[in-house]
Design a protein around this ligand. Structure first.
Ligand code: AMP
Length: 134
């Protein structure tokens, strides 16, 4: 099955690579929502965070930190960052290859905004009981 992110890893298509380590590679998002918006992906193909081995996730998070520090120390000077991984189409995942977005925040109304859903939300205590039922 073809995967655009695997094509970037295999250098079949170009990307603006900003950092790399053993298991992960980071490049600028082709359709950024803020200057410096970066995608950090695993070098091997895994569909999402839940399927990705811990060692690979660890390298992805370390690389996300490295990228955020690189952006912070650059002339871009954001005020903060959002780190995001979409899992499944309903959650906004377009590319079915695990990745984190590193999105610089330059102002309250710019970049990524964490939305509050309107879906019925159950009592926190009830949800806690569901999660901890033996
Ligand atoms: P998601 O919606 O979480 O799957 O995000 C996928 C992201 O990958 C989107 O923000 C796209 O703009 C980005 N993207 C897709 N193709 C490329 C590409 N060839 N190079 C860089 N970024 C890409």
């Amino acid at each position: 099955m073809s995967c655009v992110f695997c094509d970037i890893v295999n250098k079949k298509i170009p990307a603006f690579v900003v950092a790399e380590n053993k298991n992960a590679i980071a490049f600028l998002d082709i359709n950024p929502i803020a200057d410096g918006h970066t995608v950090v992906i695993s070098k091997k193909h895994y569909a999402n965070l839940r399927e990705c081995p811990d060692e690979v996730l660890s390298d992805m998070i370390k690389l996300s930190k490295e990228v955020a520090n690189k952006i912070s120390e650059s002339k871009l000077k954001p005020w903060g960052f959002n780190y995001l991984s979409n899992d499944q189409k309903i959650a906004g995942q377009e590319i079915m290859h695990v990745h984190f977005h590193v999105i610089p925040k330059y102002g309250k109304h710019e970049g990524f905004k964490f939305g509050i859903g309107t879906h019925y939300v159950d009592e926190v205590k009830k949800v806690y009981t569901i999660l901890n039922k033996k």
